[in-house]
Ligand binder design. Structure first.
Ligand code: NAD
Length: 265
């Protein structure tokens, strides 16, 4: 018997896809493997190269360049995707953390400027609000939708120094996830969040890699391991799951002991 993919016939709109070694690209590939047509979006032109790469793997993929902090650019990208694919069934709000080609900035709270704060909130939280607000009316109209917001363990559960803007935004993503989940539940739309921990993307720094080695599972996650959880939440296997945060961190946040492992276990 031929096995159908879990997203067969569905269209997935995935933000933040400009690098092949990223969570966004892995999500697009896994959703493609499960049968979805893909509309990928990024502020970086490299998004088009990722779409070409996905097409070379045999998937249907369109690319859309937009700054997702700008409502007019969001509206254009969503309209383009609807015109290309005829609908949007799955929305993965993944864009954030850093803009392609730029470095992430780390600033102690007492030195955080209003401008930096606004930037952190804009790329990590406002992007998700604007994209969701543009897509959700189409989902409500069709009585179906799966929204997966990429949050983090950083903010909702734990924190790192010099990242209070990012922490606030990612915790905000979780609050928005829960509020939206209630507003759209009666329309057949589910809304969930994933909370990645240490992930071995191409941009992972050495110190972060060591963080991964000290998790209970003893390594960082592959981007695909986050992508598979996103894909589960985007599928009908998760039809009765809404308003939840699924943590993908190798058990790191349930580990109480933070000292050298040889002194304890
Ligand atoms: N890598 C990790 O360890 C990790 C851990 C927890 C959460 N996350 C989250 O996972 C997501 C993906 O992370 P990644 O590591 O794959 O990073 P990444 O840098 O490869 O992907 C983020 C993408 O978002 C795009 N983007 C940022 N601002 C944008 C805007 N205004 N408009 C359009 N596109 C924009 C960037 O250009 C980039 O291509 C992020 O939301 C990040 O916060 C990552």
């Amino acid at each position: 018997m031929e096995r159908k993919g879990r997203l067969e016939g569905k269209v997935a709109f995935i933000t933040g896809v400009a690098k092949e070694d990223s969570i966004g690209f892995a999500t697009a590939r896994v959703c493609g493997e499960e049968g979805a047509a893909l509309a990928i979006v990024d502020i970086a032109e490299k998004c088009a190269d990722c779409a070409a790469s996905l097409e070379s793997m045999g998937f249907t993929a369109s690319s859309h360049v937009a700054d997702l902090t700008k409502a007019d650019q969001v509206a254009r990208a969503v309209d383009e995707a609807l015109a290309a694919h005829g609908g949007i069934d799955v929305l993965v709000n993944n864009a954030g953390m850093v803009i392609f080609g730029q470095d992430e900035s780390f600033v102690p709270f007492q030195e955080l400027t209003e401008e930096q704060w606004d930037f952190d909130i804009a790329i990590n939280l406002k992007t998700q609000f604007l994209v969701t607000r543009a897509v959700v009316p189409h989902m409500i109209e069709r009585g179906y939708g799966r929204i997966v917001n990429v949050s983090s363990v950083t903010g909702p559960l734990v924190a790192n120094p010099e990242e209070s803007g990012y922490c606030a935004a990612k915790a905000g993503v979780l609050g928005m996830t829960r509020g939206l989940a209630l507003d759209v539940a009666k329309h057949g739309v589910t809304v969930n969040a994933v909370g990645p921990g240490w992930i071995a993307t191409g941009s992972q720094a050495d110190g972060e890699d060591v963080g991964g080695l000290n998790t209970p599972l003893g390594r960082s996650a592959y981007p695909e391991e986050v992508a598979r959880v996103i894909c589960f939440l985007a599928s009908d296997d998760a039809s009765y799951v809404t308003g939840q945060l699924i943590v993908v961190d190798g058990g790191n946040t349930i580990q109480e002991y933070k000292g050298p492992s040889e002194l304890y276990y």
